[in-house]
Design a protein. Sequence first.
Length: 192
Amino acid sequence: MVKLNKIYTRTGDDGTTGLGSGERRKKYDLRVAAYGTLDEANAAIGIARLHTANDVTLDAALSRIQNDLFDVGADLTMPGKGKGPGGARLTVTQAQVAWLEDEIDRLNGELEPLKSFVLPGGSPAAAYLHLARTICRRAERLIAELKDTPGESVGAEVLQYVNRLSDLLFVASRYTNGKGARDVLWQPGQNR
C-alpha cells in the first residue's frame, strides 16, 4: 500500500524522478513520459465521469479503468522483471485485457453501425471520452517506442491493455452519444 505523508520531497529538483525500482531517471525519459501520459488519460476520464454519473454501469466501468490505469503505470515504473523495494511487483494481467474486450463488445452491441468516421463531439461525455482516447493513443505510441528501445522492456499485457482501452474509449464515446444516434460524422470534402 502506498503511504504519502509528505507531498514534496525535493528529490526531483535536479530534473529526475524515481521509478518503482528506486532507479532515478530524467523527467523527460521515455518511460516516465509513457506513464505520465497515462496519467493524463486518467485525468480526462475523470472529467468524462462528471458527465456519466447517471449511467451507473458505464460510470462503474470508467471507475474500474481509472484504478487499472494506476496498475498499468505501476507496471511501467518497474523496468525489467525486477521487484520493487517492498518485494512485490504489480503487473497488468491478461484478465484485465479480457475485461476491456468484454466491455467493448457489451457497449458496441448497443450501437448503430458506423457509416463514416466520427468527429469528437456530440455530448460533453463523448467529447471528453474522445479526448481521453487521443491521449491514450499517444501513450500507446510512447509505450511501443519504449518497448522497441534497446535495454528497455515492457510487458505484452501493458501494450495490449492500452490498445484495448483506446478502443473502449471510442466505443464509450459513441455509447454516450445516444448509442451512436448523436454522433458527429465526418463528411469528406464537405468544405472544398
